[in-house]
Design a protein around this ligand. Structure first.
Ligand SMILES: C[S@@+](CC[C@H](N)C(=O)[O-])C[C@H]1O[C@@H](n2cnc3c(N)ncnc32)[C@H](O)[C@@H]1O
Length: 277
């Protein structure tokens, strides 16, 4: 029996999770993903560095929050497992940490076993849900059975909000500011002391190249919306943004690892962590 039996992976259509896996040097990608990813790499030759810098931010921010005492993590837009995964970082600091992973791509679900091998004292769970429907996502029984939402939670929305476009093109026709409304819905459900971790593609540093990449994603059927520093700052509204603020991804508390040599243009993304007062 194959890992993918009974799962409609739509392998003839490129998918963002598998394209990202390709940039990171993974093997969970197929011809259509590699073709679209190859076009994106031709438009933005440093895309692999951007993906690695983003992944390194996921690690640094998770470690920082676990070290600050957060022991519940909600990771929406998890991606195909790439070790170390978020739970491995959090549970290396606190083995009792609880992690809920959420993604809407069936291929991530089919690999979720790799995400569910947490430390014995902690817990991990996987929920297949769509960020576009935050109410349903938050109501998922395995999320509620793993996380106590009356206590602080670290919510990570890394490299996923740019897949929620605003405006008339939004699939549910909800109009502009859709991604911001979704984030406000999630923020409202969390207790004081919770953290919001965001990384997001921007065209602020390389407008022409990023425009070409967003065009390639659109043609591939995966709308991608770069946002400005101002637009991404608005996701953090009302929460206390931790130092160093909303900054180019490699500049968020660099740890001296190889991602720190990535320039702002190469990263073409912003990252921040904010805490609910
Ligand atoms: C670029 S990957 C980011 C993976 C990981 N968060 C990271 O930063 O390394 C984006 C992930 O978001 C998922 N995704 C995209 N749109 C989504 C949505 N509406 N709901 C849930 N997940 C979504 C994709 O399936 C993919 O796995």
């Amino acid at each position: 029996m194959s890992l993918y039996d009974g799962v409609d992976l739509r392998l003839n259509v490129p998918h963002s999770a598998r394209m990202y896996d390709y940039y990171l040097g993974g093997f969970t990608n197929f011809a259509a993903d590699r073709e679209a990813a190859g076009q994106a790499l031709a438009a933005l030759p440093w895309l692999r560095s951007a993906a690695r810098a983003n992944r390194a931010f996921v690690h640094r921010s998770t470690r920082a929050l676990a070290e600050a005492g957060l022991d519940q993590f909600l990771d929406i837009g998890t991606g195909i497992p790439t070790s170390p995964n978020l739970h491995e970082i959090a549970q290396a600091v606190n083995p009792r940490a609880r992690i809920v992973y959420v993604d809407n791509d069936p291929i991530v679900l089919s690999h979720a076993r790799a995400l569910l091998t947490g430390a014995p004292g902690g817990r991990t769970a996987y929920v297949e849900a769509d960020l576009a429907d935050p109410a349903a996502l938050l109501a998922a029984p395995s999320l509620r059975g793993t996380l106590d939402l009356s206590r602080p939670v670290a919510l990570s929305l890394n490299a996923v909000l740019h897949f929620i476009p605003d405006g008339a093109g939004a699939p549910d026709g909800a109009g502009t500011r859709r991604a911001h409304a979704i984030v406000e819905h999630l923020k409202a459900a969390l207790a004081p002391g919770s953290a919001l971790v965001i990384s997001h593609v921007t065209a602020d540093f390389a407008p022409e190249e990023i425009a070409r990449v967003t065009g390639i994603y659109h043609s591939a059927g995966t709308p991608l919306q770069a946002r400005t520093h101002h637009e991404i700052t608005r996701f953090l509204a009302g929460w206390t943004v931790l130092a160093p603020g909303l900054v180019p991804v490699p500049r968020w508390r660099p740890a001296g690892s190889d991602d720190t040599v990535v320039t702002d243009i190469e990263a073409s993304g912003y990252a921040a962590v904010a805490v609910k007062p």
